[in-house]
Design a protein around this ligand. Structure first.
Ligand SMILES: [Zn+2]
Ligand SMILES: [Zn+2]
Length: 298
């Protein structure tokens, strides 16, 4: 498999001279299976540039777009994804939904006339919607497993296995703490119950999900000091992130969803601190920080 990062930033795009190296677009990753079949992870603003590149290649598109959750930074690029405007292309949007709002409505509401000039049903490509829960299914010849993360309302993590290699994508996830879950309760109840089922560390289900992955892309939005004042916002501090990688015995960790307030220098600092912590604790995995434009072979 091959990965390309088109957006690495969390929460809101951050153009400007202090973010040029790690990038300012919100989450979007291109995943190519060994037969060149295309899977897209999230439709943050990075998907606009991916769409331009696909059109430049002259490819006719049949793709699956795996959406982690409908927060703006993960869907906002979709109305600017040019392949969706071209007839003959086919895009299957995969993602979670709640009892109150369907997956299709989550995507189409942001294109409601009041917010956007073109409506979802005016797009010329064939659009299909595949709502999912925690389950397993096949896409092309890859196996996909999903997990509910600890993130307000809900977010889904994906594990994609293809020809013996595995990638786990966990863009937005917070350490689950029983006391916080009782007091804040900003998750769907069905998800809270799944975490509370474990007698030990409620995050064990995440550690199990990432087990032995070749690559783990995981939320590393905050420093531990910043996290103290952002409990319940749905994101990790980097010490939790490296703990997930260590507990799951992954081969490579990629720090993702950089905080919009973090400059390139700050992300450098976080990355160096993570490398130091990994050495000190004698953990055995590689660590990188996601960079817009970066390509990786798995
Ligand atoms: Zn996010
Ligand atoms: Zn989110």
């Amino acid at each position: 498999m091959r990965l390309k990062f088109w957006g690495t930033r969390g929460s809101i795009p951050t153009p400007g001279k202090t973010t040029v190296r790690y990038g300012g677009n919100t989450p979007c990753i291109e995943l190519r299976l060994s037969n060149e079949k295309l899977i897209i992870l999230d439709a943050g603003t990075g998907i606009r540039n991916l769409g331009e590149a696909l059109i430049e290649n002259g490819e006719s598109i049949k793709t699956f777009l795996l959406v982690s959750h409908p927060h703006w930074d993960h869907i906002q690029g979709f109305p600017f994804f040019k392949p969706a405007f071209i007839s003959g292309n086919e895009i299957t949007i995969v993602g979670g939904e709640t009892d109150r709002v369907t997956l299709q409505k989550m995507i189409s509401d942001q294109m409601n006339k009041i917010y956007f000039p073109i409506q979802l049903n005016e797009l010329k490509a064939t659009l299909k919607f595949h709502p999912i829960k925690e389950e397993q299914f096949e896409i092309f010849d890859a196996r996909v497993e999903t997990i509910y993360l600890n993130h307000p309302t809900f977010a889904i993590g994906y594990r994609i296995t293809h020809r013996g290699k595995s990638l786990v994508y966990i863009s937005d996830n917070e350490p689950f703490d029983r006391r916080v879950a009782q007091s804040i309760r900003n998750l769907e109840k069905i998800i809270v119950d799944r975490y509370l089922r474990s007698d030990g560390d409620p995050n064990q289900r995440i550690f199990d999900f990432v087990k032995n992955a070749d690559v783990l892309i995981h939320d590393a939005t905050y420093t531990p000091e910043e996290y103290v004042n952002r409990v319940g916002w749905g994101h990790s501090h980097y010490l939790f992130t490296i703990n997930v990688a260590a507990k799951g015995k992954v081969k490579r960790l990629i720090l993702f969803h950089h905080d919009p307030a973090h400059t390139d220098e700050k992300v450098d600092d976080i990355f160096k601190t993570c490398k130091r912590e990994i050495r000190t604790r004698r953990y055995d995995f590689d660590c990188m920080a996601a960079i817009e434009g970066m390509e990786i072979e798995i």
